[in-house]
Design a binder for this molecule. Structure first.
Ligand code: GDP
Ligand code: ZN
Length: 286
């Protein structure tokens, strides 16, 4: 028996395409005792090369419901000048991804329409906590130069408001891939009205569009909210009171508040933190 570790990149009617670390691909069956309907694209598995069957599902680092995938590495949060960004949604998505062990990356699309003020506002708000990528789905070169390297060997999902350009980004990837002649379209999510697709890129990347997250997916405890405001980290545990919430305490007692005042923490981000945190506290009381 020769056991090999691989990742599922496609699942169709009980057949699983998997890819090993070295880039080899195989088509496998599940084993009877392994509930194959529980296997997801993205799952790490072990298979027996003699029998070509999946023997074992390895622990997941995360799992999404829509699309049903596992082991997502990074989430590309797409924003654009038009439609205007919903910054509260961006903040919530960042919290969600940090908690799910998924790296958030902000992709500013429609670079051709971006004013300098728009770019600098995003950098002010997110530059210290997130990688930011500038992109235009209308300019194929930015796909090749900027996006492809980020996607290489990673499992990425695309999220963002409608009309920011998620479909255009997928199409721009398809176009550049088609030039190389390697694109394959796989794994339509079953039982979903708004179907989601997962694409295998020739650089080893997997990418899936998501139909978005429901409000329920984006509810957090006050503690989680605080933990995921990464720009607060350098100031935590230094406030006068150990249980400082960085909201009602006076500025002289709270280092987070002082950092906001000095401009070391972005004021807009802080104000949305206060709103989110207070709302979560209210919910907790009920
Ligand atoms: P989705 O709803 O997020 O999938 O957004 P779409 O991909 O459907 O794009 C919405 C609109 O934005 C379409 O009319 C696209 O042509 C346009 N669009 C996408 N990317 C760009 C870009 O980089 N620059 C400009 N000017 N328009 C873009
Ligand atoms: Zn404080």
């Amino acid at each position: 028996m020769r056991i090999i570790k691989a990742q599922i990149i496609k699942a169709v009617a009980g057949d699983f395409s998997v890819r090993t670390n070295s880039g080899e691909t195989f088509t496998l069956k599940g084993r009877g005792k392994l509930k194959t309907d529980k296997l997801l694209v993205g799952d790490m598995i072990e298979f027996d090369k003699g029998e070509m069957v999946i023997e074992k599902l390895l622990p997941r680092k995360n799992q999404l419901i829509r699309p049903p995938v596992a082991n997502v590495d990074q989430a590309l949060i797409v924003v654009a000048p038009i439609p205007k960004p919903d910054f509260l949604l961006i903040d919530k998505l960042i919290i969600k991804f940090i908690l799910s062990n998924i790296k958030p990356i902000i992709v500013i699309n429609k670079l051709d329409l971006c004013a300098m003020g728009f770019l600098s506002s995003l950098v002010d708000q997110y530059g210290s906590i997130c990688e930011i990528i500038l992109f235009s789905a209308l300019e194929p070169k930015t796909t090749q130069v900027v996006l492809n390297p980020v996607l290489s060997e990673k499992f990425s999902i695309l999220v963002g408001q409608s009309a920011v350009g998620k479909t255009s980004i997928i199409n721009s990837l398809l176009d550049t891939e088609l030039e190389v002649g390697e694109m394959s379209k796989i794994g339509r999510g079953k039982n979903t009205t708004r179907h989601s697709e997962i694409f295998v890129l020739s650089n080893g990347g997997l990418i899936a569009d998501t139909p978005g997250f429901s409000a329920l997916d984006l509810e957090f405890s006050p503690g989680d909210i605080l933990d995921c405001y990464l720009e607060f980290k350098p100031y935590l545990n230094k406030c006068r009171f150990d249980n400082c919430n960085h909201i009602k305490e006076s500025e002289s007692d709270c280092l987070v508040k002082q950092a906001v005042k000095n401009g070391d923490i972005n004021k807009d981000r802080y104000e949305r933190f206060v709103a989110l945190f207070n709302l979560a506290k209210e919910k907790e009381k009920k």
